[in-house]
Design a protein around this ligand. Structure first.
Ligand SMILES: *Cc1c(COP(=O)(O)O)cnc(C)c1O
Length: 365
């Protein structure tokens, strides 16, 4: 067996330890005589798996007691509709901070359910930065302010937590799409009304959506909101109103245990800083490659970069692949290259990428 260095933006690399444990437990989970995929979601074995996963996530992110953790389906794109359906209540307007492809999509979908006010946008910069909170123009009475704290495609990450109290609007709930950097850095959950993300970037398999929601925001769903997507219904039923994505929850739970063995979120954040610095320092020191994101807002998880001679792109990708470095092609809307270096990507993988890039540049320059 040989494993490559996988820089995919998602679904993405998982810790090898987790995959090995899942393989060991595939046919017989803990002497139950069943694999996890074969278990009733209401049986005692799976109930224990789901409860442990939720408790570990709560511990890792220090989720306060007045927040509910929901295991849902539909991915982050479905949440773009589920969120306004649940949070508009008796308000008319929702505010959006547009920082790239994902928030563009989010605000567009929300227009089916709400009047959307674009509170700020970094479009004029080509989505290479995050507008400072002092420049956000919130509407008079928004139901919430929607943000994406890591734009996976553009490689733009908030260098601050969107704490509206700092601009005198602490009463408005902040919603954050954290799909591609949840659990990569320490956050203060109490600053948000709702945090959500698809699991397939930094947590586990596709099919699981994590929602962390403050309990006073439950119970406001529009009458036509599907019951399976009404946060209160999901919360009241312990995420088992409908059959949850059981195997994805199990793998996510193994990843949470792995993260705890790494020392938790603060420890993995230190590793993520080291990995990102290694790659960005190399890019900045090179006249062969470049990253075009505002240095203050560069993502630690998704690093887009360009070869200054774009005619070499195909050769670069082919040689990288031959060297065991895969999934480096940039998103079609941005072009160039992108290396996603999530929690499960070790420093050695980033070092292998930098070594290859240095050698490639020396040969082609
Ligand atoms: C990947 C991604 C999405 C889309 O997730 P789906 O699971 O495909 O719905 C949305 N937002 C962000 C920030 C992402 O990285």
């Amino acid at each position: 067996m040989s494993r490559v260095w996988n820089f995919s933006a998602g679904p993405a690399v998982l810790p090898e330890e987790v995959l090995r444990q899942a393989a060991d437990e595939m046919l017989d989970w803990h002497g139950s005589g069943m694999g996890v995929m074969e278990m009733s979601h209401r049986g005692k074995e799976f109930t224990a798996i789901a409860e442990q996963a939720e408790a570990d996530l709560r511990e890792l992110l220090a989720v306060p007691a007045n927040y509910r953790i929901l295991f849902m389906q539909g991915g982050a794109i479905a949440e773009n509709a589920i969120i306004p359906m649940n949070l508009m209540g008796d308000k008319r307007v929702a505010d959006y901070v547009v920082t790239g492809s994902w928030t563009q999509k989010s605000q567009k979908e929300a227009r089916k359910y709400a009047e959307v006010n674009i509170a700020a946008t970094s479009e004029a910069s080509g989505f290479t930065t995050v507008p400072p909170m002092a420049d956000w123009k919130l509407s008079a009475d928004p139901a919430y302010v929607f943000t994406c704290t890591n734009e996976t495609i553009g490689g733009v990450e908030y260098p601050f937590e969107p704490d509206l109290a700092q601009i005198g609007r602490g009463g408005v709930p902040v919603v954050a799409d954290m799909s591609s950097h949840i659990l990569s850095r320490v956050i203060d959950v109490s600053k948000y009304g709702l945090i959500f993300g698809g699991a397939q970037k930094n947590i586990g398999p596709a099919g699981l959506t994590i929602v962390i929601v403050r309990d006073d925001l439950l119970g406001r769903a529009m009458p036509h909101c599907p019951s399976a997507f009404d946060y209160k219904t999901v919360a009241d039923n312990g995420s088992m109103y409908n059959t949850p994505p059981t195997y994805a929850i199990y793998i996510a739970g193994l990843v949470f245990q792995w993260l705890k063995r790494q020392g938790g979120v603060a420890a993995i954040e230190a590793q993520n800083i080291a990995k990102a610095e290694l790659l960005y320092d190399f890019l900045d020191g090179s006249d062969f490659y470049e990253n075009r994101v505002d240095p203050a807002c560069r993502s630690r998880m998704n690093v887009p970069f360009f070869l200054k001679d774009e005619a070499l792109n195909d050769t670069f990708l082919a040689e990288a692949k031959a060297a065991g470095l895969l999934q480096l092609k940039g998103h079609k809307s941005v072009g160039g290259m992108r290396a996603s270096i999530y929690n499960a990507m070790p420093l050695a993988g980033v070092q292998a990428l930098v070594d290859f890039m240095r050698d490639f540049a020396a040969r082609k320059a």
